[in-house]
Write a protein of this length. Sequence first.
Length: 173
Amino acid sequence: MLQHQHPELSGAEYVVFVDSSRRYLDCTEAVCALLGYTREEILRMTVEDISYNVNEVPQLFAQYLKAGAMEGEYVLRHKDGTPIPIHYRAFVFRDGCNAAIWKPAKDWRETYLAALLEVDPTKLKSKLDAALAAIDRAREYQDPATQTASERQAMADAASALNALLRSVKRSR
């Protein structure tokens, strides 16, 4: 990985480095495993290439560069096309290094609650998208034999509530 010593990144498992054109410069092995790509493949990609909501990237990245840091929920796209909801913390360091730490959502409830608690209307849609992606991923990857009927019903209820909220957000724009 790049030879940058930033205390904010130490000990992080999922770390990516990008340039100001949103092209990946380096990443940890954990990022490769999470996305299903080799390091060589990732280094030929841009942020848009692994983003689930490609249209949001230019504006979000510009805000990040201007602010010098950003944190929130986001949805990445695995090589097979499945969504991967994450929490991210991104930094613009004084030496010109742009880096981010990702934390994959382990439980769909985490992103669901984050979406329900979001009060900033500009962040709400991306949190709703991340929560819906987390529910879809849980439905797809959890063993149906281990899912209880109440768990399946909770996911269905949560998805229904999120979709209703997403429709109201789209109408208000």
